[in-house]
Write a protein that binds this ligand. Structure first.
Ligand SMILES: [Zn+2]
Length: 301
């Protein structure tokens, strides 16, 4: 398996940090006012499963695309998709199906998904080009692979025309990010007034990410917690196809990660259905991530 396939290794993030991290720059530490509207956005990171770049492991979960379309249709929620530039170039027909058969919108999730010698700006430019070639317009939203966004990258995003970023997990992950004191609700990036950060959802207090891979890993206790625990009013819930469907790529993961990611994998679809139900019954309005962006722009004025 490729080294880059294990997102828990420190290699990827260390490389990124050496290449990008500017000393002393930090994410915002000021909690914005809690918005009165409760909005819930389901997001999908559309990429090669587990980022394998080897023959025989190319987007294997795409064989489940019919099931996935049926699932989202059944959930009856809009879907905001962060797509990798190379995936977009390789599988335009899959993108077209998601675009036309579901209530979706698309944003960018890097060009290659993996650390490269290219600068962040070069990667963005390549990603934008792939996006523009397919959709005929530039992306306005961005998500960095592994949630490993660097504050020095925010001005570059704004300069490249992005209006919002949704990369920050206000949580902690050894060797990748440490954001235990960043805001849980959307906030304007300090010094970059035209860029809104829409952080990924976490449980208030414990700050466990509210995403499919965590719900799947912790199972019943965390699903139950959804109904009783305090949550941010803006809830971004993220899924990957590999969180929902088992393929040979899963078997290609290294031992520990294979066990972690395999837990409850065969009932992951039901877990997503139940989680969305529980979120809705707490009064959240299903929204696209651009609805959240527009709402917060309006609050700012
Ligand atoms: Zn990703």
């Amino acid at each position: 398996m490729s080294k880059a396939a294990d997102e828990h290794t420190e290699d990827a993030s260390t490389q990124r940090q050496n290449g990008n991290r500017a000393a002393g720059q930090r994410l915002s530490r000021t909690e914005p006012q809690q918005p009165s509207k409760k909005q819930f956005a389901l997001t999908l990171d559309l990429e090669n499963d587990w980022y394998f770049d080897e023959p025989g492991y190319d987007h294997l979960t795409f064989e489940y695309i019919d099931d996935f379309i049926e699932l989202i249709d059944r959930l009856s929620v809009p879907l905001s998709i962060f797509v990798v530039g190379k995936t977009l170039e390789q599988y335009p027909e899959v993108i077209d199906r998601l675009d036309t058969e579901l209530d979706t919108e698309f944003h960018l999730h890097s060009y290659r998904h993996e650390p490269t010698t290219n600068s962040f700006r070069e990667e963005l430019k390549l990603g934008k080009e792939a996006f523009r070639n397919h959709f005929g317009h530039d992306p306005i939203g961005y998500r960095e692979p592994y949630g490993d966004i660097d504050p020095a990258q925010f001005p570059v995003l704004a300069d490249e025309g992005f209006l919002f970023d949704s990369s920050v997990f206000p949580s902690y992950r050894p060797g990748v990010y440490s954001n235990l004191d960043t805001p849980l609700e959307p906030y304007v990036i300090e010094g970059v007034p035209d860029l809104l950060e829409i952080p990924l959802g976490v449980f208030r207090g414990v700050r466990i990410p509210l995403s499919q891979n965590y719900l799947k890993l912790f199972g019943r206790p965390l699903i139950e917690l959804l109904s009783v625990a305090p949550l941010p009013n803006t809830l971004v819930y993220n899924v990957h196809l590999q969180d929902l469907y088992r393929t040979d790529s899963h078997e290609n993961l290294p031992g520990m990660k294979r066990r972690i990611m395999g837990r409850n994998l065969d009932r992951s679809v039901e877990i997503l259905e139940e989680s969305v139900d529980r979120i809705r019954s707490k009064g959240y309005e299903p929204a696209k991530i651009t609805d959240i962006h527009s709402y917060h722009l309006h609050l700012k004025q």
